[in-house]
Design a protein around this ligand. Structure first.
Ligand SMILES: Cc1cc2nc3c(=O)[nH]c(=O)nc-3n(C[C@H](O)[C@H](O)[C@H](O)COP(=O)(O)O)c2cc1C
Length: 163
């Protein structure tokens, strides 16, 4: 299985969790990692043909990001808007992602118990991430259960390395 990991962090060098994930995943056979800020630059401009070719080769696509204001860093939105185009991902002839898997890997600052109806964040992570679930449905992908690491800033780095 070919896995493509798209890492969306505004500054991976200053990151703790997402940088560790990126570095660890970069050593795994069958996994291609891609730092979207490094690819798109400060203008967050992507070449759809290049990105789409990578997507075609992948069986599983992983979107990896820190949770920012209940959403993703802007570089992932820019990538989605520029790459998931009509005729490729949806619409007439837009079947290129059919049958592939989509998985989210997300770090949050808030603890797990804050992501529930009576918690400070009111909603579950599955609810916050629903737009991705529907995007997967829309483009014919299988939406895998997301992997969420809560309380990211207070994690012990030694333990993170072993997780
Ligand atoms: C601009 C910004 C917005 C954030 N918004 C949220 C949020 O909505 N919910 C949350 O739990 N954490 C939030 N955080 C905390 C980040 O999710 C946390 O810093 C990140 O997951 C740590 O990953 P990193 O070490 O790879 O940067 C926010 C952080 C920043 C800088």
């Amino acid at each position: 299985m070919n896995t493509l990991v798209l890492t969306a962090h505004p500054n991976l060098a200053s990151s703790s969790v997402n940088r560790m994930w990126f570095n660890a995943l970069s050593t795994v056979e069958g996994v291609t990692t891609r730092d979207l800020m490094a690819v798109g630059g400060p203008e967050m401009q992507f070449d759809p043909a290049v990105e789409q070719a990578l997507l075609r080769e992948a069986d599983r696509i992983v979107l990896q990001f820190p949770f920012y204001w209940y959403s993703t860093p802007p570089v992932l939105k820019a990538w989605l808007d520029q790459v998931l185009l009509v005729g490729f991902a949806y619409g007439p002839g837009g079947t290129q992602l059919h049958g592939k898997e989509l998985m989210l890997v997300v770090s949050t600052g808030g603890p797990a118990e804050s992501y529930q109806s009576d918690g400070i964040n009111s909603f579950s992570m599955l609810e916050f991430l629903a737009p991705f679930q529907q995007t997967a449905l829309m483009v014919g992908m299988t939406y895998l259960p997301p992997f969420v690491l809560h309380s990211a800033m207070s994690r012990d780095r030694t333990r993170l390395n072993s997780q």
